[in-house]
Ligand binder design. Structure first.
Ligand SMILES: C[S@@+](CC[C@H](N)C(=O)[O-])C[C@H]1O[C@@H](n2cnc3c(N)ncnc32)[C@H](O)[C@@H]1O
Length: 83
């Protein structure tokens, strides 16, 4: 298990021979369940740095890059060089 800032352990929700769905903090999922350099494509819909507050806790625009950086680093870890 790599040391990351993510929350509690993720839960495997569904799995087939084609892939798996996990429920949890995506930083935790990426660190614990996705092999480095194994991913071709990441599609994400993160909380955006909106002025208007959302119930899921979006970050203010001036803090957004700092908040998103660990996600970018985690994506970089799991992406293939061709990803
Ligand atoms: C812009 S919304 C995405 C909505 C989604 N695309 C949809 O159509 O329902 C951002 C979502 O990211 C979730 N989220 C925020 N931080 C997360 C994290 N570390 N891991 C997983 N999900 C996270 C929020 O709870 C919120 O539901």
């Amino acid at each position: 298990m790599r040391e990351i800032a993510g929350g509690a352990e993720a839960r495997l929700f569904y799995q087939t021979k084609l892939g798996s769905i996990y429920v949890g903090d995506s930083l935790r999922v990426l660190a614990d369940h996705v092999a480095p350099a194994s991913v071709d494509l990441i599609v994400t819909s993160p909380p955006f740095g909106l002025v208007r507050k959302k119930p899921y806790g979006n970050i203010n625009a001036d803090k957004y890059v700092e908040w998103f950086r660990p996600f970018g680093e985690a994506f970089h870890q799991v992406l293939k060089s061709t990803g």
